[in-house]
Design a protein around this ligand. Structure first.
Ligand SMILES: [Cu+2]
Length: 149
C-alpha cells in the first residue's frame, strides 16, 4: 500500500512541478502518456501446441507504462486471464486489429494466430495469478505469475 501511495504522490508531484494546471484525472493520464512505453511479449501456447505461457513470469515496476503484446502462435484458442492483476493497473487501452478498447479488462481470448496489445500502467504492488481458463489448460501448466514490485 505504501508503494501505491508513493507512486500516486510522485505522479501528483510531477504534475505540480510541470505546470499550473490542477491535478485532475485527465492531467494525470496525460502525464502518464508522455512516458516511453516498455514492450513485453507473451506468447499464449506455441507452434508445438504446448500448454504454457512464454514467458510465464513478469515483473513490472509501478508507474511505468507497458505495452504487453499478446500472441497466440498455436492452433487452438487460449485465454489470458488475470482478474486481480487488472484491478492493480490503470489500462490505457487494449488494441486488437482495428479496434481499441478502453476501460478495465480482466480477460482476453485469443484465437489461433491472434495478436493483441494491452497498454497499461501498474499501480498496486502484489503477486497476481495468470492462467488460461480453457478446460484443462491451467492444470496442464498454462499458468503464470505477474509481480508488481
Ligand atoms: Cu489455453
Amino acid at each position: 500500500m505504501s508503494k501505491f501511495l508513493t507512486v500516486i504522490f510522485s505522479l501528483l508531484m510531477s504534475i505540480v512541478i510541470m505546470g499550473t494546471s490542477p491535478a485532475t484525472a485527465e492531467n494525470l493520464s496525460h502525464n502518464l502518456l508522455k512516458q516511453p512505453v516498455i514492450e513485453i511479449t507473451v506468447n499464449l501456447g506455441n507452434t508445438a501446441n504446448e500448454l504454457k505461457f512464454e514467458p510465464n513470469y513478469l515483473e513490472l515496476i509501478p508507474g511505468k507504462r507497458y505495452n504487453l503484446k499478446l500472441n497466440n502462435p498455436s492452433s487452438q484458442k487460449h485465454y489470458f486471464t488475470a482478474k486481480d492483476f487488472a484491478d492493480g493497473i490503470w489500462t490505457q487501452k487494449v488494441e486488437a486489429g482495428k479496434v481499441e478498447i478502453k476501460g478495465n479488462i480482466h480477460e482476453l481470448e485469443l484465437k489461433p494466430g491472434a495478436e493483441a496489445e494491452w497498454v497499461f500502467v501498474p499501480i498496486k504492488s502484489g503477486k497476481y495469478a495468470l492462467r488460461c481458463t480453457i478446460a484443462g489448460h491451467t492444470e496442464a501448466g498454462m499458468k503464470g505469475e505477474i509481480v508488481i514490485q
